[in-house]
Ligand binder design. Structure first.
Ligand code: ZN
Length: 196
């Protein structure tokens, strides 16, 4: 006779996707804050934007919230910062991590953690943003939410695209002021920005 004993919380993963300006991070913070208000032990991570090899780990308050939040240079660093007391793990801007993040998230799920992630689904050319990371993470999730922004040219329309406002090439160009949120029609009809 098999006795099934469920003695601890089972792991869970959810992801919030969308273009820039769709308030993914706000939604992530709201979920983490809600969990913490209910008594959960929360920790959060985001990729460090500086690229100095010797830059140290930073701890800071996340958007004014009180839970521990770390800027890390790679996904492996999270393994050393998550402790048995942590129940909920938040991760922002997952598209900036490497494929190792998928293994790290799988481990957290197996350890019974609830992982709540946010990230870009597409880049400014409307290509999948790092499908080997964001796409794979999405396949692990019990819950997927795709958020929209508002088009800066048609504020009544949903914006599902991030349009680059400079002529730089390359998938990663960090800086919110370098992008604008646009609807599908605008994305298709507006000519690309060119250097003047
Ligand atoms: Zn539009």
């Amino acid at each position: 006779m098999n006795d099934v004993q469920v003695s601890q919380d089972q792991g869970w993963a959810e992801i919030i996707l969308g273009p820039m300006f769709s308030r993914k991070s706000d939604e992530l913070m709201a979920r983490l804050d809600s969990a913490q208000c209910a008594g959960a032990c929360v920790v959060a991570f985001k990729p460090a934007k500086d690229t100095e090899a010797d830059a140290c780990l930073k701890t800071r308050r996340f958007n004014g919230q009180q839970f521990e939040a770390f800027e890390v240079h790679n996904a492996e660093e999270m393994l050393g910062l998550v402790t048995p007391k942590h129940q909920i793990i938040g991760m922002d801007e997952v598209q900036f991590f490497g494929p190792v993040l998928v293994k790290v998230v799988q481990k957290f799920i197996r350890d019974g953690k609830r992982v709540i992630m946010a990230g870009l689904n597409t880049d400014s050319e409307f290509n999948p943003f790092k499908p080997e990371v964001v796409g794979a993470l999405t396949l692990l999730c019990e819950s997927i939410e795709v958020k929209h922004a508002h088009c800066v040219y048609h504020p009544m329309r949903d914006a599902t695209r991030s349009r680059r406002k400079v002529a730089e090439s390359g998938q990663v160009l960090v800086g919110k002021n370098l992008y604008e949120a646009v609807c599908r029609d605008c994305f298709a009809s507006l000519v690309p920005f060119k250097d003047s």
